[in-house]
Design a protein around this ligand. Structure first.
Ligand code: IMP
Ligand code: MG
Length: 171
């Protein structure tokens, strides 16, 4: 597999994003992170470890892919949040924005729960594949239209544990 982003590059960008997020929220205000499982787990854990703000965490799981490398356009809720969002500064943490369908769905259902504010952080973005114009305030890296794995991202549940991001063979 071809390494696209090595561990060091990812770590330093994640620290930059954490600093940027902290600058955007008043000190003392708690930031509530909603990790989109499973892909967002590694990004979120590094992101919040790099922050000194008060944070709280919750997890949501949706599925838009079967075993395919192309988005089906269908979003299914697999696990809802444990807590409400009312009055919370909420940031959705996702691995990648591709067509934008998953995030559009998530933003819609979470906005309906009256968060104090709602923003989105994505480690990766593939703008050339976008089908809907979705707002993502924090983006780690913009990449070409290649199927990537590692650092949370999978192909058929494989490779999520890699500390770097690689282009899947044959892609
Ligand atoms: P979207 O709804 O098309 O934006 O798809 C977003 C979801 O598709 C992400 O949360 C990933 O789970 C998955 N996805 C999109 N591109 C890739 C990729 O290159 N590698 C692994 N998963 C991907
Ligand atoms: Mg995902």
């Amino acid at each position: 597999m071809n390494v696209l982003l090595d561990a060091e590059t990812i770590q330093s960008r994640v620290k930059e994003l954490a600093a940027e997020i902290e600058r955007d929220y008043p000190e003392g205000e708690e930031i509530h992170f909603v990790c989109v499982l499973k892909g967002g787990f590694m990004f979120m854990s590094d992101l919040v470890r790099a922050m000194s703000h008060r944070v709280s965490l919750d997890f949501i799981a949706v599925s838009s892919y079967a075993k395919s490398t192309k988005s089906s356009g269908e979003v299914r809720m697999l696990k809802d949040l444990d807590y409400g969002l009312q009055g919370r500064h909420t940031i959705i943490v996702e691995d990648i924005v591709d067509t934008g369908l998953t995030l559009t769905y998530l933003q819609e259902i979470l906005r309906a729960r009256s968060p104090k504010s709602l923003k989105t952080a994505c480690l990766l973005s593939k703008p050339s594949r976008r089908q809907v114009d979705v707002a993502v305030e924090y983006i780690g890296f913009t990449i070409e239209d290649r199927f990537v794995v590692g650092y949370g991202l999978d192909y058929a549940e494989q490779y999520r544990n890699l500390p770097y991001i690689a282009i899947l063979d044959g892609q």
